[in-house]
Design a protein around this ligand. Structure first.
Ligand code: PMP
Length: 398
């Protein structure tokens, strides 16, 4: 008997879930959503085995710093577990204001707003300010959160080749000078580890009077004085209208921020759905981020160690003949070129107790299937040696 139309509709959606090739791949290879049973910095336990985490974004290793942990615990005792509401309603606390003021001052901006996820900060940074009729010029390798912001904005989007100012110039020159334009780029591209060529790209954007949005999730804490990020690295501070990022990487917490002029932040607070209708950052998230920001400013050894270990790690990979896609930062891909090679390499590393993440097309361009790795300042010399042994083993297995 034929199903009534409403049953068909439901089944069509359920079948999408059942047939999804990603789900199939997950069941076959099981590389994603792996549960870590215990952790102490980069030392983790997975399925009863002692392993080294080589895929986290805890660049400065601050998520396990005693002062960060203590700050998070104290904040929970003082404020409870959650603000249980949006900033616009019942969820604004003094600790939000303190973190925002500290971040704004650190980044040389008039104002800042924090969200409970970097993803929200990035969506809001684009979706709130561009609208139908505007043109967004976006690097084709930007993060999914920025793509979501672009789609929500209803603006037209023109993609330029990754990190290519000449392509941006050609595309911008073909557009109507009258259309409001927004540039959307990252400071450090997390899959590739590339530093954006900001002087050239921002130079073109300025010629075309673009409103510039920079997501510096992976440059913050890593580049620039005391970790002020990619703009500071290039000495470009005033040339971006919105600087957004995440608290879940170098700051070892979770959450996100948007730093800009006071007008821009006020407009976001009154017009952005992500900002108005989502519960605010929890006390422990904010307190951990604040403590980590203090450490970034007072303990330069974390950033120094991060870079020393990154250089050592990258030299080791190159010594083994591995392709790191020209990565210039601690986010270090190992490009292997096919899903099968990536899987074999990933499994060999797992066998040797090194935890990494596979990134395969369409998450990366075809032929660029890779293992994503990232160094943390917390990796010890002994762990870096073990990682080197595991890499040599995986190369042999390949
Ligand atoms: N932007 C970039 C470039 C990212 O890599 C990420 C997270 N991987 C985000 C934004 C979102 O940040 P969060 O994980 O804090 O939501």
């Amino acid at each position: 008997m034929a199903l009534p139309f409403f049953f068909k509709g439901k089944n069509q959606i359920l079948n999408r879930c059942r047939d999804d090739s990603v789900t199939g791949m997950r069941l076959k290879y099981a590389p994603y959503y792996r549960v870590i049973d215990a952790q102490q910095g980069p030392r983790i336990t997975v399925g009863g085995r002692d392993m080294i985490m080589l895929a986290s974004n805890d660049y400065l290793g601050l998520s396990f710093h005693p002062r960060v942990i203590e700050a998070g615990r104290d904040a929970m005792l003082k404020w409870g577990a959650s603000p249980t509401g949006a900033r616009s309603a019942n969820g604004s606390r003094a600790y939000h204001v303190e973190l925002e003021e500290r971040l704004a001052a650190f980044l040389g901006r008039e104002a800042c707003h924090v969200h409970s996820a970097g993803y929200l900060s990035c969506v809001a940074s684009v979706a709130t300010f561009a609208q139908k009729g505007d043109v967004i010029l976006a690097d084709k390798n930007i993060h999914s959160s920025l793509w979501d912001g672009i789609r929500l904005s209803l603006a037209t989007c023109e993609r330029f080749s990754h990190n290519n100012a000449a392509d941006l110039r050609d595309i911008a020159a073909s557009l109507s000078p009258a259309a409001p334009k927004m540039l959307v780029v990252e400071g450090v591209y997390s899959m590739e580890g590339h530093i954006a060529k900001l002087p050239e790209i921002i130079g073109v954007a300025k010629e075309h009077h673009c409103f510039n949005v920079l997501d510096d999730a992976h440059g913050f804490g890593v580049l620039g004085r005391q970790g002020r990020g990619t703009l500071d690295h290039f000495g470009l501070n005033g040339d971006v209208d919105i600087l957004c990022g995440s608290l879940s990487k170098s700051l070892g917490s979770t959450g996100g921020f948007v730093a800009a002029s006071r007008d821009v932040i006020e407009y976001m607070r009154t017009h952005s759905k992500q900002t108005i209708f989502s519960a605010s950052l929890s006390p422990s998230q904010a307190a951990c981020a604040l403590a980590a920001l203090d450490l970034m400013q007072t303990e330069p050894r974390h950033q120094e160690r991060l870079w020393a270990s990154t250089r050592r790690y990258r030299d080791m990979l190159h010594g083994l003949g591995l392709d790191t896609w020209g990565s210039e930062t601690p986010a270090t891909p190992i490009v292997l070129g096919s899903k099968e090679r990536v899987y074999r390499f990933w499994q060999a590393l797992l066998e040797k107790g090194v935890f990494t993440v596979m990134a395969i097309a369409p998450a990366v361009p075809p032929g660029k299937d890779l293992i994503r790795t990232a160094i943390s300042a917390m990796h010890t010399d002994e762990q870096l040696d073990r990682i080197a042994d595991a890499m040599a083993y995986a190369v042999k297995k390949l």
